[in-house]
Design a protein around this ligand. Structure first.
Ligand code: ACO
Length: 335
C-alpha cells in the first residue's frame, strides 16, 4: 500500500466582482442582511464573453497546480472533476480538461456530490493511489453557479450565496506511510434529496413538462433550498465527521493545525471553530470574498491557506464539508 500526498494546489477566480451592493440593484436584498446571515461581502461571477466555463476554469487551475507540483501533464494518470454545474448535461467536464491539457487518452471521471464533491473526489483519487494503480491524479473542483441562478427577488434566498471559480489539488504517490492523506470519511442521507436541489430539467422533469406544469412562481430549473434545515443538519454533521476522522487516526481536536471547512456560511464555520476550540489561525475562511463556491470552495481555501504560509510540513490539516444530497465528508491530512 502507498500513501497519497498533495504535491500542488491552485485556485482560479473570474475577474468580475459582484458585491452585495450590486445585488441590491437587481433584487430586494441588503448588504446588511447578506453579511449578517452569511458573512458574504462579495463573490465572483463569470462575465459573458470572458471565455470562462466550468471546464475552462478547471483547465486554467490545472495549469497553475501542475507547475507548482513540478509535474508534466503527460505524467497525469487520472482526472477526477467535481462539479454540480458542468458545461454539458453529459459528458462531464473531466474529459474536456483531458482534451484542453492535451493528455493522451488519460481517464477522466466526474463526481456529482455538490458541496461534498471535492472531498469525495479526493477520496476516490486517494484510493487509486493507495492501491498502486496510479501515481499522479488531478482533483479538480469547479463551478459556474452564476449561469444558473434566479437573480430576481424570487430566488434571493439562494442566489446571493453562490459564486464561480475553480480550485485543484494534485495528488501524488508517496512512500512515507505517515504522510499525506491519512483517511477520508464519506456519508449521505438521501431522504433529504429535494431539500437542496435543482430538480429540472432532468429525465424526471423534462422541458415541455416544466413549462406546462409549473406556474411562474414555482420554477424547478433554479436551485431550491430549505436553508434552515440545511443549516441545522450541517452543524451536526460537520462536527460528527470531523470527530470520526480524528478518532480514526487517534487524534484529538488539539492536534488540528488547520481546519478548512466548506464555505457554506460563515456562521456554520464559526460554530464549528468554537465547538472544537480552535483559534482564528487554525481555521481558514474566505466566504467573505467568494461566497459559497460548492465543489471548489475547499481547494480554493486550502490554496489560500498554503499561499499565506498558514500550512507547514507535518501539520495536521482537516477538510470537512456538508451539502446537497445530503452528503457530508472529511479528510485528515498530514501535510
Ligand atoms: N435578502 C433579504 N431577505 C431575504 C433574503 C435575501 N437575500 N433571502 C431570504 N430573505 C428573507 C426571507 O424571505 C425571510 O423573510 P420572512 O421572515 O419575511 O419570511 C427572512 O429573510 C428569513 O429567511 P430564512 O431563510 O429563514 O433566513 P435564515 O436565517 O435561515 O438564513 C440562509 C438563510 C443564510 C440561507 C441560511 O439558512 C443558511 O445559510 N443555510 C445553510 C446554507 C448551506 O449551508 N447550504 C449548503 C451548501 S449548498 C450546496 O450543497 C449546493
Amino acid at each position: 500500500m502507498y500513501q497519497s500526498q498533495i504535491s500542488g494546489v491552485g485556485k482560479y477566480v473570474p475577474e468580475n466582482v459582484v458585491t452585495n451592493h450590486d445585488l441590491t440593484k437587481i433584487m430586494d436584498t441588503t448588504d446588511e442582511w447578506i453579511q449578517e446571515r452569511t458573512g458574504i461581502k462579495e463573490r465572483r461571477h463569470i462575465k459573458k464573453g470572458d471565455g470562462n466555463t466550468t471546464a475552462v476554469m478547471g483547465y486554467k487551475v490545472a495549469k497553475i497546480a501542475l507547475e507548482r507540483a513540478n509535474i508534466d501533464k503527460d505524467d497525469i494518470d487520472f482526472i477526477v472533476f467535481a462539479t454540480l454545474s458542468p458545461d454539458y448535461y453529459f459528458p462531464g467536464c473531466g474529459v474536456q480538461v483531458q482534451d484542453m491539457l492535451d493528455i493522451s487518452t488519460c481517464p477522466a471521471l466526474d463526481v456529482r456530490n455538490q458541496c461534498s464533491g471535492f472531498v469525495y473526489a479526493l477520496s476516490v483519487a486517494d484510493q487509486f493511489i493507495k492501491t498502486g494503480m496510479y501515481k499522479n491524479i488531478l482533483v479538480i473542483g469547479s463551478e459556474n453557479h452564476s449561469g444558473g441562478l434566479d437573480m430576481t427577488t424570487r430566488g434571493r434566498n439562494v442566489s446571493v450565496l453562490f459564486g464561480d471559480g475553480a480550485g485543484l489539488a494534485v495528488l501524488t504517490r508517496c512512500e512515507n506511510k505517515n504522510k499525506g492523506v491519512l483517511s477520508t470519511h464519506l456519508h449521505s442521507e438521501g431522504k433529504f434529496v429535494e431539500e437542496l436541489s435543482l430538480i429540472g430539467p432532468s429525465t424526471k422533469y423534462w422541458v415541455p413538462e416544466i413549462i406546462k406544469e409549473n406556474p411562474q412562481e414555482n420554477i424547478p430549473y433554479y436551485p431550491q433550498m430549505n436553508g434552515q434545515l440545511v443549516f441545522k443538519n450541517a452543524v451536526v454533521r460537520f462536527s460528527e465527521v470531523i470527530n470520526e476522522g480524528l478518532a480514526h487516526n487517534n487524534l484529538s481536536a488539539k492536534d488540528i493545525d488547520m481546519l478548512i471547512p466548506h464555505q457554506a456560511n460563515l456562521r456554520i464555520a464559526q460554530f464549528i471553530q468554537k465547538k472544537f476550540k480552535l483559534s482564528n489561525d487554525q481555521v481558514h475562511n474566505n466566504i467573505q470574498k467568494y461566497g459559497n463556491t460548492t465543489a471548489r470552495s475547499i481547494p480554493i481555501a486550502l490554496t489560500e491557506a498554503w499561499e499565506n504560509n498558514k500550512i507547514k510540513t507535518d501539520d495536521i490539516v482537516v477538510l470537512a464539508t456538508f451539502g446537497s444530497g445530503f452528503t457530508w465528508a472529511s479528510a485528515i491530512i498530514k501535510w
